[in-house]
Design a protein around this ligand. Structure first.
Ligand code: SF4
Length: 693
């Protein structure tokens, strides 16, 4: 055939960037990544033929020269190449030494949400079984941990309840808040915009006039950090006007009276005082949402990354429940998840300090017994350290060794100078990644890993859909898939893991994780368009949307958990009068490890910047395009000004993707009490033209 003659291999797979989960074919020749092309639309349930700019043009990083191709060990402060034999022996002996000297909890593992489910499962098993440590966490701590905490309390599953196309794409009404949907979840945003063009209402509440707001029925500018006020205000107005869904509240929920009482102080006037949202905007949105047949509630980091992020999500959940927009087609909760596999690898697979795979409680003796039966060892039955706690414990001298798989805390942690000090203080740091990241620079041993294009496995997208990932080429040099590396390490530490393939690992997951009980690679191959969990056995077709009959509690009822209004951890002061908020741009991804290596994307946005409202810029004497010095109590950065009315007066926005002008130099270690998420979305800063001093 043509294919054979040209030597081009075509492999169907799932996008490695965001959790929308677009599917396509990778075309490769002689281990060169040539192109991304559409695949059979029946195998691409979310995107059909389309992809966004990252999915289509963002894969230059895969076959770059600068990929890590051999293990590296540090000697006298310098890295040198090493064999796998040497590197793995060194890691095994150092980890064993720390465990013997200081106990297993002096070790902490930081898992990735970019690897496959099978890999995440093995990483948490490595931490718990092989290291015997309770300290396992992942980057979801920094993104949707407050969503998971809130939804588990109110409806039972810490996940999106609905589908991208059939529900989000078809609803009558949207409330989108704290989500820059167009730039962070592009293909999903296109569905929303199409549906709005066809007549759906769209309400956007956000401190920044993000692109999706241009399509809104109404855009309301809010003050960063006061979201509970306007959401409670909407609930109050809805109850006050008798617009709540009485039958739903009566039959499917409990604690309504507590909710009614809690929202009472949030009159439209009080909401305006707290948030600047005018009463007529609040009541119009509340009435339209309550009267709509179906409504979707979409949110992301703008809700979650606050010192009261869990309260924000509780408030949203209450609003969805009180209006009865849950558990039916076209409605539901849509926390838009970030990384390609954060739902699976960052949640379902138990890379969490309090949950074993499948959200099973790590302190439940029956659950521990079940794992002991399959593993041979009982996992530690205590809640471990969360990522930010592991860093403070490293600074306090209690955590001595860390295993970081595919994460970049040297750029992603709040208050970077602190986080970097912690990395420096560790006795032994192992970083497993595909590039020499900012974090890998601090490592004692660096292990070269494979990208999504170089391995098999599964990713779970934001709508709980488990989809296959296909190997299109070999990893460069001696780089290996994470699942192979972790297995090698486990065996060097005295275990005898013998997984032949990721499919083999999935069989063990089947056994231990009830919501994945019916998901196997063979079955995914046969169905073509993935399976949505819960999928409990081989005959279970999966669950397109949650809570149709009952909520995930023994009594089947949802709980109203009234949300408390809290102030941000840092308020503007005379010295630092501006409010900083951070976020993403379309062309980049997280700490930029991948996208800063793609010329075509760097051509669009090649460096960091600060958005400043024209009024603020004028007052501070800042011109569009000129370098600006931005300072907080933690540090300072210099970035170019973009004068625009996207942020409000007195608010500045800086993207999160760059090492030069890293925004987390400025952010603060202030955490949500329930979930431990850092407050990336509010910090107090000042700004002036950078010019000569
Ligand atoms: Fe990939 Fe997300 Fe873009 Fe789809 S929308 S192509 S999953 S980055």
């Amino acid at each position: 055939s043509d294919v054979r003659r040209s030597g081009v291999e075509k492999t169907e797979t799932t996008c490695g960037y965001c959790a929308v989960g677009c599917r396509f074919e990778v075309h490769a020749k002689d281990d060169d990544f040539l192109a991304v092309q559409p695949t059979d639309p029946d195998h691409a349930p979310v995107n059909d033929f389309s992809t966004c700019v990252k999915g289509k043009f963002g894969y230059e990083f895969v076959d770059q020269e600068t990929r890590l191709q051999t293990p590296l060990v540090k000697e006298d402060g310098e890295f040198r190449e090493a064999t796998w034999e040497e590197a793995l022996s060194r890691v095994a002996s150092e980890f064993a030494g720390i465990r013997d000297d200081h106990g297993p909890d002096a070790l902490a593992t930081f898992a990735s949400s970019k690897g496959t489910n099978e890999e995440a499962y093995l990483v948490q098993k490595f931490a718990r079984q092989v290291l015997g440590s309770k300290n396992i966490d992942n980057c979801a701590r920094l993104c949707h941990s407050s969503t998971v905490a809130a939804l588990k309390q109110t409806v039972g599953f810490g996940a999106m309840s609905n589908r991208i196309n059939e529900d989000i794409g078809e609803t009558d009404c949207y409330l989108i808040t704290g989500s820059n949907t167009t730039e962070s979840h592009p293909v999903l945003a296109t569905r929303i915009k199409q549906n709005v063009r066809d007549g759906a209402d769209l309400f956007v509440f956000d401190p920044r006039k993000v692109e999706i707001a241009e399509h809104a029925t109404q855009y309301s500018r809010t003050r960063p950090g006061y979201d509970v006020a306007w959401i409670n205000g909407m609930i109050r107005h809805i109850i006050d006007e008798g617009l709540h869904d009485e039958a739903f509240v009566e039959e499917r929920t409990k604690n309504f009276e507590d909710l009614r009482e809690k929202v009472e102080p949030f009159t439209p006037e009080e909401v305006e005082r707290l948030t600047d949202v005018p009463p007529e905007e609040l009541t119009r949105a509340a009435e339209t949402i309550a009267n709509a047949d179906t409504c979707v509630f979409g949110w992301a980091m703008g809700m979650t990354q606050h010192s009261h992020g869990t309260q924000n999500v509780l408030a949203l959940a209450n609003l969805a429940l009180v209006t009865g927009h849950v558990g039916k087609p076209g409605a539901g909760f849509s926390p838009f998840r970030g990384q390609n596999n954060v739902q699976g690898g960052g949640g379902d697979m138990g890379t969490l300090p309090n949950n074993l795979p499948g959200y099973q409680d790590v302190t439940d003796p029956e659950v521990l017994d079940r794992f002991a039966e399959v593993w041979g060892e009982r996992p530690p039955g205590e809640v471990g350290l969360r990522v930010p706690e592991a860093f403070s414990e490293a600074l306090a001298g209690n955590v001595h060794g860390m295993y970081v798989v595919g994460e970049n805390p040297a750029l992603s942690e709040p208050d970077l100078s602190h986080a970097r000090e912690a990395l420096e203080d560790l006795d032994f740091l192992v970083v497993q990644d595909i590039f020499m990241t900012e974090t890998a620079e601090y490592a004692d041993v660096v292990l070269p890993a494979a990208t999504f294009a170089e391995k098999n496995g599964t990713f779970t997208n934001t709508e709980r859909r488990v989809q296959l990932v296909g190997k299109a080429m070999d990893a460069p040099g001696e780089a290996l898939p994470d699942w192979v590396i972790v297995q090698e390490l486990a065996n060097r530490l005295g275990f005898d893991w013998d997984y032949d393939s990721p499919a083999d690992v999935m069989d063990e997951i089947n056994d231990l994780v009830p919501i994945y009980g019916g998901i196997s690679h063979d079955r995914l191959e046969a169905v073509g368009d993935g399976l949505q969990w819960p999928c409990r056995d081989a005959d279970d077709p999966g669950t397109p949307f949650l809570y149709e009959e009952e909520f995930n509690f023994e009594d089947g009822l949802a709980r109203f958990v009234p949300a408390d209004m809290g102030e941000p951890g840092e308020l503007p002061s005379e010295e630092y009068p501006l409010t900083l908020t951070s976020g993403r741009v379309l062309y980049h991804w997280h700490t930029g490890t991948l996208t800063r290596r793609v010329e075509g994307l760097m051509h669009h946005v090649g460096e960091s910047f600060v958005e400043i409202h024209p009024e603020t810029a004028e007052r501070l004497g800042i011109e569009d395009g000129e370098p600006v010095l931005v300072e907080s109590k933690r540090g300072e950065i210099t970035v170019d000004a973009r004068v625009t009315d996207r942020p409000g007066v007195g608010v500045v926005f800086i993207p999160m993707h760059f090492a030069a002008g890293a925004v987390n130099t400025l952010t603060r270690e202030s955490f949500d009490a329930v979930s431990g998420i850092p407050e990336y979305k509010v910090a107090s800063v000042r700004a002036r033209p950078a010019g000569p001093d």
